[in-house]
Write a protein that binds this ligand. Structure first.
Ligand code: LLP
Length: 424
């Protein structure tokens, strides 16, 4: 059993072999700190779990799109799942192969479609008939044939938070399963499209394998129907990956990569009758989530009549998940304390009551100046951060053994105002 990426050594929380206090002293707070070993380990766990099936792990860039993170995954041989030309730009700037990119999203603009065609991506995951028509037209004007997969909405309940459930009829995503066969026929008849695949993504933070199996079963049935119609595809994309452990009491741990791999392989069995089809998976959260911690410093304590508040220098603009989804993130003091606990709200400096990172959390009593590590923050942390209240965004650091490096400088006020002008 390998050591967890964040662990106490001499009563001080370390990322791999580096004390978080050292990073905080040199880089300041708030700072996101990531373990390289955890990121590459999670990527390889997917690769290993799918061994025996022709596959490509297309990391979902939206989970964490920093160049330092992408470059590590590029070096591992990963592909990418993108949802904007911006993410494609980042992927290419990190050295990523555009030929391993799938482009999802319900609202691709003409400029984005052009950029993706010029880059030569693996496939557009197309979400509507009007989008198909647009891609065919834009490809024709560019004198190319666009590789497409149709994103099917399988109407499967992912059993996750409603904001991140995407595979139900009432969600905006994908083409309804009952009309998908007809839409495939239409796409096959469009001269500048090459129909290569079928795709689905039913939601995020999935903590069971059954919804994956159900969705794959529905896709397989459709693939067999398409084969009967003379439409042969060679890519099947099953969307995002596993949920992660956010350390909340009573929450069941997510399935292991091995369990996931076994469930996926079993569900794909009906395709054995057909010529080989490559499997694509688009995990994001489970690759970077457990690998990242947000290090923050206590500014003030405010004992109140009904509540105790601990005010830290990170806020909802740095980590939106608790206020936006009511998400729980595990928290540990960087310098280990006694076992005694105190119930407190961990809040940021932003002028909103919704600006909290934890509510009614039992933590060892924290003093002014103490460092606190907010765990499982590597996914949808930095990418969802903002400049609300004109707060520069946090720095980011990657640790590899004893070595560490800033992969993103803390923003300055100059960065924030770039491109703005006064009006008089
Ligand atoms: N593929 C597609 C088409 C997606 O929309 C997503 C996530 C993924 C893959 C990656 O899924 P994952 O492996 O990370 O579960 N901000 C939310 C999560 C939004 C997920 C959006 N789509 C959060 O912080 O929980």
């Amino acid at each position: 059993m390998t050591r967890p990426p964040f662990h106490y050594q001499d009563d001080t929380l370390h990322c791999e072999d580096v004390p978080l206090a050292t990073i905080a002293a040199e880089v300041g707070t708030p700072t996101y700190v990531y373990s390289k070993q955890a990121i590459t380990g999670a990527y390889r766990a997917y690769d290993d779990a799918l061994a025996g099936v022709d596959h490509l792990v297309c990391y979902s860039v939206k989970a964490n799109s920093s160049l330092g993170i992408l470059s590590m995954l590029v070096a591992e041989g990963a592909g990418a799942d993108i949802v904007s030309a911006g993410e494609l730009y980042r992927w290419q700037r990190a050295g990523g192969d555009p030929g391993k990119v799938v482009f999802s999203g319900v609202g691709k603009t003409e400029a984005e479609i052009k950029a993706a065609l010029a880059a030569g991506i693996l496939a557009f995951n197309v979400e509507s008939i009007e989008e198909l028509v647009a891609i065919d037209r834009i490809a024709r004007a560019a004198g190319v044939v666009a590789p497409v997969a149709l994103r099917v909405n399988p109407d499967v309940d992912a059993q996750t938070h409603p904001y991140i459930s995407t595979g139900l009829k009432q969600n905006k995503f994908g083409i309804a399963a009952d009309v998908a066969r007809d839409v495939f026929r239409r796409a096959a008849g469009m001269p500048n499209l090459l129909v290569r695949g079928i795709d689905c993504h039913i939601g995020s933070q999935l903590t069971k394998t059954a919804p994956f199996s159900d969705a794959i079963a529905r896709l397989c049935k459709l693939v067999l129907d398409l084969a009967a119609d003379g439409i042969a595809i060679d890519l099947i994309d099953i969307g995002g990956g596993l949920g992660i452990d956010y350390g909340k009491d009573g929450d069941a741990p997510p399935p292991s990569h091995g369990e996931y791999g076994a469930a996926v392989k079993a569900a794909l069995a009906p395709l054995k009758a057909l010529p080989p089809i490559k499997l694509l998976v688009e995990p994001g959260r489970s690759i970077v989530g457990p690998a990242g911690t947000l290090v923050t410093r206590v500014l003030y304590r405010k004992p109140g009549e009904t509540k105790h508040f601990t005010i830290v220098d990170a806020a909802m603009n740095d980590l939106l998940r608790p206020s936006f989804y009511g998400s729980h993130h595990p928290m540990q003091p960087v310098h280990k304390k006694s076992a005694a606990t105190q119930v407190t709200d961990i809040v940021g400096p932003i002028c909103e009551t919704g600006d909290f990172l934890a509510r009614d959390r039992a933590l060892p009593p924290l003093a002014q100046g103490d460092l606190l590590a907010i765990g499982a923050a590597g996914a949808y942390g930095m990418t969802m951060s903002s400049n609300y209240n004109t707060r520069p965004r946090a720095a980011e650091v990657v640790v590899d053994g004893k070595r560490w490096r800033i992969i993103r400088e803390r923003e300055t006020l100059e960065h924030l105002l770039a491109g703005e002008r006064t009006f008089s």
